[in-house]
Design a protein around this ligand. Structure first.
Ligand SMILES: CC(C)(COP(=O)(O)OP(=O)(O)OC[C@H]1O[C@@H](n2cnc3c(N)ncnc32)[C@H](O)[C@@H]1OP(=O)(O)O)[C@@H](O)C(=O)NCCC(=O)NCCS
Length: 156
């Protein structure tokens, strides 16, 4: 596995962020280009990318999009290209979300996960997320989700 780094995204990453969305999510779950452009420019969202750097070549391997809410950060998108999976990039992006939430003194990080994807739900549970609510027809009719939440320690 090549070396990779996590960095904040900028507007010029739109093309690659969109490519990852397309590769990682089925059409009903994908964000539009317009929504992704908004994520990259909005002061209420944060976008990080994992970039592989091998032999002077850079390739975007994964994306994390966070939305700010008054008490929490919500993971709006987390995806790693299939070729880069299983090397800890997803976990590093997830931990980045938790670290950012602590830095902003948010109390929770929330997300939605496909209710049928037991390994994904276990993966989130392993870093401290718990299921809080079943969201019926969340992705499409008959495609339900779990809302999950990771509670963060209150800092004085
Ligand atoms: C979920 C995802 C981001 C994980 O990325 P990653 O870089 O492979 O993550 P890591 O390498 O840190 O962790 C890999 C672990 O995740 C587990 N995992 C997580 N989600 C999984 C899934 N949907 N199917 C199978 N395994 C999954 C693997 O079993 C593996 O476990 P192991 O380390 O014990 O072998 C990636 O699988 C992905 O992009 N999936 C498609 C998009 C998606 O479902 N995103 C979540 C939206 S809620």
């Amino acid at each position: 596995m090549s070396r990779w780094v996590i960095r904040a995204a900028s507007r010029s990453d739109l093309f690659d962020v969109e490519k990852i969305e397309r590769c990682c999510f089925a059409a009903p779950r994908r964000s539009s280009r317009r929504a992704l452009r908004h994520s990259l420019t909005s002061p209420h969202q944060h976008v990080w990318v994992a970039e592989s750097r091998a032999l002077g070549k850079r390739e975007m391997a994964g994306v994390l999009i966070l939305r700010r809410h008054p008490l929490s950060l919500r993971i709006f998108s987390l995806a790693v290209l299939p070729a880069y999976r299983g090397h800890g990039i997803g976990r590093a992006l997830l931990l980045r979300a938790l670290r950012e939430a602590r830095r902003q003194r948010r109390r929770y990080v929330t997300l939605e996960a496909d209710l049928r994807d037991a390994s994904l739900i276990r993966w989130y549970a392993n870093v401290g997320f718990e299921k809080t609510r079943r969201l019926l027809d969340y992705y499409a009719p008959g495609r339900h989700a779990w809302r999950m939440r990771c509670r963060l320690p209150v800092r004085k």
